[in-house]
Ligand binder design. Structure first.
Ligand SMILES: [Zn+2]
Length: 252
């Protein structure tokens, strides 16, 4: 994505090979978004300015790896924003896992803000949603978590509302380390590492689109604390920071 006055953003998704087929964490934009951005994305496309190249979609990359789209059996989504679920229709046979709260926010929006941010056309193909209520299974100090053991051990949904009503992060045990995909719980690596000042445009944007700003700040504090522990077997990434994406690739 290439929003005005800020650096380009990636849509970082994860693809996991499990004994139970391929699993995607988020989808980014999909081929249908590339084909018909006006209907699929609405006016927001002028703000976020997605590149929308089919060869960058998750389905194109899955195919390049030698798999078929049907090999993706499960998709876990952090939330329902268009840049995270646009690719669902490219994997129509996959079960889609999401928090119950987020499903409710998307299907029964409670405010104009919620109604206008989600794009029902992106799930009009009728995927099988599997709703979860993460509570009570701790993951590294986060109390509201749930291992999605029906998919595979080592995939944990960590509730982190704030950006949207039912936003969640997804922690994945990759064998030699855990990867915490934080979705849109934060946007810029400096939020965690303090390497530089987070650009004002990013903090403004993050506040403007937050469902609950106070919780977004609380989430930042919790993630800063987790990052600050310096645990060698944990990599934290978010959906849109290209620096974290490059670092993840470099240390894969
Ligand atoms: Zn996003």
């Amino acid at each position: 994505m290439d929003p005005p006055a800020t650096a380009q953003m990636v849509c970082h998704v994860l693809l996991i090979e499990t004994d139970n087929g391929l699993v995607l964490i988020d989808t980014g934009f999909g081929s249908h978004d590339c084909a018909d951005p006006a209907r699929r994305l609405g006016p927001a496309r002028y703000l976020i300015r997605p590149v929308l190249r089919r060869d960058e979609t998750a389905v194109a990359q899955v195919e390049r790896l030698g798999f078929r789209p049907d090999d993706v059996r499960h998709i876990v989504i952090t939330h329902f924003d268009a840049d995270h679920i646009g690719g669902l229709a490219d994997f129509p046979h996959a079960q889609v896992h999401v928090t119950s709260t987020e499903a409710l926010a998307a299907m029964q929006p409670q405010s104009w803000d919620e109604k206008s941010r989600f794009r029902p056309i992106q799930w009009a193909h009728g995927p099988k949603f599997v709703e979860h209520n993460p509570d009570g299974e701790r993951w590294r100090g986060f109390a509201a978590a749930k291992e999605l053991s029906e998919i595979s051990e080592g995939i944990v949904l960590v509730s982190m509302p704030g950006h949207t009503r039912g936003h969640a992060c997804v922690a994945v045990d990759t064998g030699h380390r855990w990867v915490l995909h934080a979705g849109d719980a934060f946007f810029h690596h400096s939020t965690l590492d303090g390497e530089s000042r987070v650009p004002r445009i990013v903090t403004t944007w993050e506040s403007l689109i937050a469902f609950d700003r106070k919780r977004v700040h609380e989430n930042h504090s919790r993630l800063i604390e987790l990052y600050g522990r310096g645990e060698a077997d944990l990599l934290i990434v978010c959906a849109h920071d290209s620096t974290l994406f490059e670092r993840a690739l470099a240390t894969a």
